[in-house]
Design a protein around this ligand. Structure first.
Ligand code: SF4
Length: 93
């Protein structure tokens, strides 16, 4: 999967949901690069903002998109920021 295809998948993922992709395209592009690099290195589209512990079981929890509505950055955003995933890829609509 290339950058454009991944972006398309993520946009589709936000349809009919209460979140959007971060409007900062540069930030989204950085996340895409990180996810695709992880896929190349580890064979999974892993979150670029968190460290893996090397176990397959834990790695599966880091596949992007993750269960980000459980993150503190979604549940208790601070500093006037919108609720968002840990990496700021998805934010509340
Ligand atoms: S925190 Fe955001 S970028 Fe990281 S895996 Fe979850 S949805 Fe993807």
């Amino acid at each position: 999967m290339n950058k454009e295809e991944l972006l398309k998948v993520w946009k589709k993922f936000t349809e009919n949901n209460n979140f959007i992709l971060n409007p900062d395209q540069e930030h989204v592009a950085t996340i895409i690069d990180g996810v695709l690099l992880n896929e190349k290195k580890f064979g999974l589209k892993l979150c670029p903002c968190r460290l893996r512990d090397g176990t397959r079981e834990k790695d599966l929890e880091l596949i992007c998109p993750c269960n980000f509505k459980t993150h503190s950055t979604w549940l208790k955003p601070h500093s006037g920021r919108k609720p968002m995933c840990w990496c700021g890829l998805f934010e509340k609509r």
